[in-house]
Design a protein around this ligand. Structure first.
Ligand code: FAD
Ligand code: SF4
Length: 330
């Protein structure tokens, strides 16, 4: 790890001022479970880390008329264990609980989970100056691409690694962003960006900007949700494919009035399965309707040389998440 200085931010204004000072390249530090690995491997070498944990009040979970508000420093463990989140937003508790190991969830924060960098093994290797590190080549195209994207790729083919992001997007969450000039709210659908827009970053945050909170709308009557994830190793692993399903069902609990379906692990950003959403809306939720809907998901997938398996995997996990959310036994 290269030498760097460490700054304890006193409040948000202080943090964005220091982060926005371009004389020294500064990056925010939350739990550190992702960024410290990057620094140890020397492909990220900021001159200064700005510690956000010294800012009071960013680690609060609250419920109000707007819904659930999560500070950026809320730990994943606290989301997974919160009784009211488990009841009203079970998919979010499941997503947080699916991250890494208990140790990681006890340290890792929501803001860090949404802003973590990709896991592509070429990106994580100091010796590969790929497109995401402002180089000229994507090594995954002619190299090993078993864990890469099957949709939305080019010129970089990462998958977005966050488990909370697909579920939060399915729940219609918005992100509050703080910069030097003030704060703004952005819906999760507009927070992440694809490589065709910019291959060197994964979201719209500009240098010096921070996530301060995430707000999830209050659950409507008849809403149900679920998050499921396929991983290679049972103990702890990133998603090969995952699905966040949020449904609004009629009073009888049998017909889908609205479906919000987002896939993880298959695209450079959480991928909204719009075709499946449209096919499911207005239908009685049974195995036949769900299978028809998920068949349409990833219709325009373009697998790489080693990852065609992900298309079927994503459809299966989406099917299971919808059925589980709807409470349909098969
Ligand atoms: C072994 C291992 C397994 C893992 N498994 C999973 C997994 O299964 N699923 C998963 O989703 N993740 C996984 N992770 C990734 C990661 O550790 C977690 O997602 C964690 O939540 C990151 O949070 P953090 O607070 O530690 O982030 P940090 O490491 O502190 O920060 C991560 C990045 O986000 C930026 N950042 C942090 N907070 C903010 C903010 N408020 N605003 C703007 N930028 C910010 C930092 O500058 C940095 O670039 C794993 C990591 C490891 C090492
Ligand atoms: S997929 Fe992206 S991060 Fe990985 S080698 Fe290609 S350009 Fe780099």
């Amino acid at each position: 790890m290269k030498a760097f200085s460490y700054y304890n931010a006193t409040d948000l204004k202080d943090a964005v001022m220091v982060l926005g000072n371009m004389e020294v390249q500064s990056l925010p530090l939350a739990g550190g479970t992702d960024i410290l690995g990057e620094m140890k491997n020397r492909y990220v070498s900021p001159g200064r880390l700005v510690n956000l944990k010294s800012i009071p009040g960013l680690d609060k979970i609250s419920f109000g008329r707007e819904g659930l508000k999560l500070g950026a420093l809320v730990r994943l463990h606290d989301i997974a264990m919160d009784k009211r989140i488990q009841k009203d937003y079970p998919g979010l508790a499941q997503a947080a609980d699916s991250v890494g190991s208990p140790q990681l969830r006890n340290v890792g924060t929501l803001g860090g989970n949404l802003c973590q960098r990709p896991r592509c093994w070429y990106y994580r290797g100091e010796e590969y100056p790929c497109i995401r590190k402002s180089g000229g080549i994507c090594y995954a195209v002619s190299g090993r691409n078993k864990y890469h994207c099957v949709i939305g790729g080019g010129p970089c083919f990462i998958v977005h690694p966050s488990d909370t992001a697909p579920m939060l997007m399915a729940l219609g969450a918005k992100v509050t962003i703080q910069g030097v000039k003030g704060s703004r709210d952005v819906v999760m659908d507009e927070f992440f960006i694809l490589p065709e827009e910019d291959s060197t970053r994964e979201n719209i945050l500009l240098p010096g900007e921070l996530i301060t909170a995430v707000t999830v709308p209050a659950p409507a009557k008849g809403s149900r949700n679920c998050y499921l994830k396929f991983k290679e190793r049972g103990s702890r692993d990133f998603a090969l494919a995952s699905a966040g399903a949020s449904l609004l069902v009629d009073e009888a609990g049998t017909t889908c009035l609205k479906a919000s379906l987002v896939l993880g692990g298959v695209a450079p950003a959480p991928h909204r399965a719009k075709e499946a959403e449209a096919l499911l809306t207005g239908k009685k939720i049974d195995l036949q309707a769900v299978e028809q809907a998920v068949k349409a998901a990833l219709a325009d997938a373009a697998p790489m040389t080693e990852n065609e398996y992900k298309v079927g995997l994503a459809r299966t996990i989406l099917k299971r998440a919808i059925l589980r959310a709807a409470g349909v036994e098969v």
